[in-house]
Every structure is written in structure tokens, then in C-alpha cells.
Design a protein around this ligand. Structure first.
Ligand code: ATP
Length: 297
């Protein structure tokens, strides 16, 4: 179990990237969903001990993460948002090097580890090719292989599917699911589908705060009776926006389907619809924007 309590991070320029983050994350896949700039990478880097929060505590099992970062690192697998420069060396050699950096130096054990991992992420056939020439999906799978070195109990993947085509994304999803339910996996993303498809539990982070937490199905259930839809012409959208809380718009055959959030029947031909996770997410963001907008006014 990963436990965060009142985690704050204020960068030297005064940006408050994390603002009192408190949550518990158990075994299995946990989705951390938030828009650009919400603080997801700051939170992932903080949990991965790459930066120290300006306030708060973090525990993983009996490890006090801030006091014992080395203990955490020995059981951590991290796939950062930007995995950096890929040298022109083969996947096999690069992974072999990474395995020895992680302290697995006995040659037999090192060889077995590299072989197992390359097979697990389905890169064994291309093991002699340079990682620099890999596609986005292959790179992400290589990233997971390096994150799995040493059987970590906490795995963090930050925005892993950005730029992957649907087939590569699916492959990557399956790999994450296979990693199993016996470890804590945190998947940080701004893609709602990633969370809806993969994560039994999730949270929404916006402006450094946890705005919503729970099981996606539960959160969808909770939004029942508040999501309304109507098909309109494109030029009616501004009008709808000025009278309703628009949470999403989608084009269908040249017309616009608009979803609005309302506790009461908004009238005007809107019909109640069964919301999805996208609606839950967008309405959470709308709620968080509302107080800020009111304050500004
Ligand atoms: N090193 C830094 N110095 C100052 N501000 C920073 C720094 N890193 C991030 N920020 C700011 O902190 C806030 C949160 O950024 P962060 O990268 O954690 O968000 P994010 O949710 O990961 O966004 P994205 O999806 O765009 O990567 C943003 O306002 C960002 O500009």
C-alpha cells in the first residue's frame, strides 16, 4: 500500500504544483487522470524520489519514502514521461547494462534477467536492433522492460501511451495488465480511455489537488441523472455554452452532440443520458474551474 499524506510541492518560482495530496493506493492498476499541467509528473517524480516535496509524508508498506529513498528505489520501477536519449546500441546490450546498474552483476543471473524481460515485453526478436531505431510502441515496451528489472513492487508509468497508434497502445495495455495484480502500478495519463480500459481504481488530479477518487464504475454511477445530451448545429454551440455547463462536444455526421451537466432538467430538448468516464472527468474539471472562475469574477 502506498500512502500519501498532505503532499505539497511548491517550485522555487512559486508554482504550487501539488496542493495537499492525500490518498492510499493498493495493489493493482491505479489511474491518475488529469489535464496538462495538473501536477501528474510532479507527483510521479515525487513518489519516485526524484524530487522532495515541500511538505507531507509518503509511505510504501513500512518504507518511509522521504527518509529512506534508497529502500524505495530498490523496489521501484519507473517509466518516466520522457525516457530521454536512446543510444545507438542494441536493445539487448542496453538492457544488460541497465540490469547491471540495478545491482544484478553475476553473469548467469544477468543473462537470465535480460532474456526473461525481453521475452516478456515481446522484443526478443528485435533484441539485436538499436533502440534508437525502435517505433514509439517498441520504445515504451523497452521502457517497461527496464522498469521491471529486479521485480519491483511499485511501478510508475507516466503518460505511457502518448503518441502510440491504437495497435501499439493495445499491446502496451496488455503488457501492463499481464504485469499482474500483485504490485502497485500507477498509470498517470490525460487519456480517459487508458483509465477506463485498465484501472479498477482511479483519481482525478486538477491544479495539484485530488478532486475525485474511486472505482470508475462507481464514479459513473454517481454521475447518474446529471448528464444531458442534445444534437445541435455547430453554430448553436456558443449559445448553448452561454446557457449551460457544457462538458463535452462530439461531431457526428457533421452535426454536434453536446453533453451538459445539470442537476435539473435543462429543458430545450436535452435528454438525460448514461454518462461515461469522459463525462465524469469533464464534469469534475468543470466543477474545479467554477470556483476559480467565480473568484476571478
Ligand atoms: N521544474 C519546474 N519549475 C517550475 N514549475 C514547474 C516545474 N515543473 C513543472 N512545473 C509546473 O508545475 C505544474 C505541474 O506540472 P506537471 O508537469 O507536474 O504537470 P502534468 O500534469 O504532468 O502536465 P503534463 O501532462 O503537461 O505533463 C505546471 O504548472 C508546470 O508548469
Amino acid at each position: 500500500m502506498l500512502q500519501l499524506n498532505g503532499v505539497e510541492h511548491v517550485y522555487p518560482n512559486g508554482t504550487r504544483a501539488l496542493d495537499g495530496v492525500t490518498m492510499s493506493i493498493g495493489k493493482g492498476m491505479f489511474g491518475l487522470l488529469g489535464p496538462n499541467g495538473a501536477g501528474k509528473s510532479s507527483l510521479m517524480r515525487t513518489i519516485a524520489t526524484l524530487q522532495t516535496p515541500t511538505a507531507g509524508t509518503i509511505h510504501f508498506g513500512d518504507i518511509d519514502v522521504l527518509a529512506e529513498p534508497t529502500r524505495l528505489r530498490s523496489t521501484l520501477g519507473y517509466l518516466p514521461q520522457d525516457f530521454g536519449v536512446y543510444p545507438r546500441v542494441s536493445a539487448y546490450d542496453l538492457l544488460d547494462h541497465m540490469v547491471s546498474l540495478k545491482g544484478i552483476t553475476a553473469s548467469g543471473e544477468r543473462k537470465a534477467t535480460v532474456e526473461t524481460l525481453l521475452n516478456q515485453v515481446n522484443l526478443w526478436n528485435v533484441r539485436n536492433k538499436a533502440v534508437a531505431g525502435f517505433s514509439g510502441g517498441m520504445r515504451q515496451r523497452f521502457g517497461i522492460a527496464q522498469a521491471l528489472i529486479g521485480n519491483p513492487e511499485l511501478i510508475i508509468v507516466d503518460e505511457p501511451t502518448a503518441g502510440l497508434d491504437p495497435e501499439e497502445r493495445n499491446r502496451f495495455y496488455n503488457l501492463l495488465v499481464e504485469i499482474g495484480e500483485n504490485v502497485v502500478i500507477i498509470l498517470s495519463t490525460h487519456i480517459v480511455e487508458d483509465v477506463a480500459d485498465l484501472c479498477p481504481r482511479m483519481a482525478v488530479l486538477a491544479a495539484g489537488r485530488i478532486e475525485l477518487e474511486g472505482a470508475p464504475s462507481e464514479l459513473i454511477q454517481r454521475s447518474r441523472g446529471t448528464i444531458w445530451a442534445k444534437t445541435i448545429e455547430r453554430d448553436q454551440l456558443d449559445d448553448v455554452r452561454s446557457n449551460h455547463e457544457v462538458i463535452s462536444t462530439r461531431l457526428l455526421a457533421g452535426r454536434t452532440i453536446v453533453h451538459v451537466l445539470s442537476e435539473l432538467d435543462p429543458g430545450n430538448g436535452f435528454a438525460l443520458v448514461e454518462g461515461g468516464l469522459e463525462d465524469v472527468y469533464m464534469s469534475t474539471l468543470a466543477h474545479t474551474r467554477r470556483p476559480a472562475a467565480a473568484k476571478a469574477a
